[in-house]
Design a protein around this ligand. Structure first.
Ligand code: GDP
Ligand code: IMO
Ligand code: MG
Length: 421
């Protein structure tokens, strides 16, 4: 009997999950997404090509690995169609390797309108969502008004109309103006595309794979600091991005989770509004954005940049039970004389290493300065080639975080990945 390995983000998303899932895929028979939806943008680079995945797991490019969109995911047929067609255009046939849980909830066109309406109503306090209808779809799921992929097979029109009518009433009460027709047209075209795929009882399928000793990798979306329970609420997404989310989002028992890969950037980024204690508002922040090409994979929005926050990382490691760390994008810092890591928070003159209830403006990061390695790391192929200053940095992080760093990524390409022994 195999167990599920989970790979998830420890910061505010965009850590590089897509790249590493792709790298690890040859070790797995199944790769599966367990939460989130097309708010995600997972970038993969190999053989000179770049791909961005939204709802499709990042195991789709390697060998015969089966890819499953799990029950915890919310799926927009219109965006799904675009994603599938882009992959088909580059020669990838997905219908025999991509399966969709009947219990995954559908993002309806009116969910996207509601997302926009709620954001507009929040005014200055807006979350800066991706505008993909994520919050309203999960709201309907928990308030028991959702429509699921399995519903497509039975009396769908009636269920669709009932949900959309409710949404129209809310949009009216918010005085939100909209034109639903073009959105609906695209959505129903997407629905036809979606029907070409097999809808499955994914909880049975995944547990059967485990019974047959077939390893499964669960791919997280977003990051721990965007988790609806443990993130910087209310500036979060609407799902459980943490390891526990893999249990509910796939139907896998907690005792059937094995490795928990926690992935982080050697610095930190965030898109949208909300607190970010180590954010840099100066030229160093600009430089990291430029060198790391920190712009949204899908929206193109500039990502806010700052130093790595070990207080938040330790919290994320605790919540997820991380067993192995993966450090991304250290190459972005290759040219820096010194880099900084936040080792504690100073809150009104008191130092703490524990994340407080809320991340407020009162938090002043306490930094440790680290000597830069001043080496082009992007061509390095093995750990033996690490410069001493980089080894020192890794040792420092491992001591602070108390979890081994298993993989170091030194560039966006599949090949620029160093697995440590
Ligand atoms: P995800 O959402 O966690 O999958 O991450 P994104 O794809 O949104 O953002 C990560 C970005 O960093 C993408 O543009 C990747 O191609 C790129 N990337 C991943 N790993 C590395 C790395 O080690 N170095 C550099 N320079 N870029 C990387
Ligand atoms: P990946 O999987 C970074 C952020 C949005 C916003 C908040 C809520 O690529 O790491 P939502 O649309 O989910 O209601 O937006 O969450 N957000 C992400 N930030 N990476 C992501 O996904 C994100 N998905 C959502 O910017 O602040
Ligand atoms: Mg992303």
């Amino acid at each position: 009997m195999k167990k599920v390995d989970v790979l998830l983000g420890l910061q505010w998303g965009d850590e590089g999950k897509g790249k590493v899932v792709d790298v690890l895929t040859p070790n797995y028979d199944v790769v599966t997404r367990f939460q989130g939806g097309p708010n995600a943008g997972h970038t993969l680079v190999f053989e000179g090509q770049k791909y961005v995945l939204r709802s499709i797991p990042s195991g789709i490019f390697q060998g015969n690995t089966v890819n499953i969109i799990g029950n915890g995911v919310v799926l927009d047929p219109a965006l799904f169609k675009e994603e599938v067609e882009a992959l088909e255009a580059s020669g990838h046939d997905l219908t025999k390797r991509l399966y969709i849980s009947k219990k995954a909830h559908l993002i309806l066109p009116t969910h996207r309108l509601l997302d926009a309406a709620y954001e507009a109503a929040k005014g200055k306090g807006k979350i800066g969502t991706t505008g993909k209808g994520i919050g309203p779809t999960y709201t309907d799921k928990t308030s028991r008004n959702g429509v699921r992929v399995g519903d497509i097979l039975d009396n769908f029109d009636e269920k669709y109309k009932a949900a959309v009518d409710k949404h129209k009433a809310i949009l009216k009460s918010l005085n939100f103006e909209y034109d639903l027709e073009p959105l609906e047209k695209k959505w129903f075209e997407g629905l036809e595309k979606l029907k070409q795929f097999q809808f499955i009882d994914s909880e049975h399928v995944i547990n059967n794979y485990l019974k047959e000793d077939k390893p499964v990798l669960a791919e997280g979306a977003q990051g721990t600091m965007l988790d609806v329970d443990f993130g910087s609420y209310p500036f979060v997404t609407s799902s459980n991005t943490i390891c526990a989310g893999a249990c509910t989002g796939l139907g896998v028992a907690p005792r059937n989770i094995n490795e928990v890969y926690g992935i982080f950037k050697a610095y930190c980024t965030r898109v949208g509004s909300g607190p970010f204690p180590t954010e840099l508002h100066d030229e160093t922040g600009e430089l990291i954005r430029k060198l790391g090409f920190e712009f949204g994979a899908v929206t193109g929005r500039a990502r806010r940049c700052g130093w790595v926050d070990l207080v938040a990382l330790k919290y994320a490691i605790m919540i997820n039970g991380v067993t192995k760390l993966i450090m991304m994008k250290s190459d972005v810092l290759d040219g820096f004389d010194t880099i900084k890591a936040c080792v504690a928070y100073d809150i009104n003159g008191k130092q703490t290493k524990e994340l407080p209830f809320e991340m407020t403006d009162d938090i002043k990061p306490v930094y440790k300065e680290i000597k830069g390695w001043k080496t082009d790391m992007t061509k390095i192929k093995s750990e033996a080639e690490f410069p001493q200053a980089f080894k020192d940095y890794i040792n420092f992080l491992e001591q602070e975080l108390e979890v081994p760093i298993y993989i170091v990524s030194v560039g966006p390409d599949r090949d620029q990945t160093i697995v440590r022994k």
